[in-house]
Design a protein around this ligand. Structure first.
Ligand SMILES: [Zn+2]
Length: 157
């Protein structure tokens, strides 16, 4: 049996926050305000529901794997349910023992319908930020000028 080809020294992996020299909270905040989590660049969305495939600033491809946006759907749903829960709890506690059930129900329905639409761009970019936090950038994923630390590139010799 032939021996496998000699393997190169594995690429030393560093976290995305190290690669980009940013804090995790900044990645998430950039996403929340509809900016590219990787570089903070603007104009990621052409319209509210229509986004660029790649960041116009750093060329980062947002859909890193097929099915990437399923995560943003999950995030959107979780956040909207969370807001609904908070409103329900606050409304009930504020008017205890006689909460205005009709008004609360109306508020919940409005949040359930409008919330996911309002949160759509944020959920997409925030999920991309989460993905970046879980999986460091690979070679060539963004314009190298935005990468502050790359062990492969920065290796001496
Ligand atoms: Zn970018």
């Amino acid at each position: 049996m032939a021996s496998p080809p000699e393997r190169r020294v594995p690429r030393k992996e560093v976290a995305t926050t190290v690669q980009l020299d940013v804090r995790p909270s900044l990645l998430l905040l950039r996403g929340f305000v509809h900016r590219c989590p990787a570089c903070g660049g603007r104009h990621v969305f052409r319209r509210w529901f229509q986004m660029e495939e790649r960041c116009p600033t750093c060329t980062f491809l947002f859909e890193r794997v097929e099915g990437h946006w399923i995560g943003s759907l999950g995030l959107n749903t979780t956040v909207v349910f969370g807001v609904m829960l908070v409103v329900l709890m606050a409304g009930t506690l504020a008017f205890y023992p006689d909460p205005p059930y009709g008004a609360l129900l109306t508020a919940e329905v409005v949040i359930a319908v409008v919330g996911p639409l309002l949160f759509f761009p944020s959920s997409r970019m925030m999920w991309t930020a989460v993905d970046l936090l879980m999986r460091p950038l690979g070679p060539g994923e963004i314009d190298p000028r935005f990468v502050k630390v790359d062990p492969e590139r920065d290796r001496m010799g």
